[in-house]
Design a protein around this ligand. Structure first.
Ligand code: FES
Length: 110
């Protein structure tokens, strides 16, 4: 039996996608097949996939404190490659992930 899937909303673009409880937000986001979305180490080390969870709950795998401080974590900031949704989630893209996601959105509208 597969793990429950939850709806993920990218607040910046109002785009939605489904993500299972047993996969990371980044892995499911990659299925959107958007060109230009950067994917780095997929292991919480490079910090390229930074997001802020504004609604919902995620299981958090270990991630580098060089990229996510204790204060960041308290504000819902994390690395999408280390976050597994446990409910429907709304997120905002941050850092190096932000420009490509917003650029992709403007390409969809043309
Ligand atoms: S891809 Fe490297 S921290 Fe997420």
């Amino acid at each position: 039996m597969s793990a429950p899937r939850h709806q993920i909303v990218i607040a910046d673009t109002a785009e939605t996608y489904l993500c299972g409880e047993d996969e990371t937000l980044l892995k499911a986001m990659e299925r959107l097949n958007r060109k230009g979305i950067p994917v780095g180490c997929r292991g919480g080390g490079c910090g390229i996939c930074k997001v802020q969870i504004t609604a919902g709950d995620c299981l958090r795998r270990r991630m580098s404190r060089a990229h996510v401080s204790v204060e960041d974590e308290a504000r819902g900031i994390g690395l999408a490659c280390c976050l597994l949704p446990q409910s429907d989630v709304t997120l905002q893209v941050l850092g190096q992930l932000r420009a490509p996601v917003l650029a992709a959105q403007s390409r969809w509208k043309t």
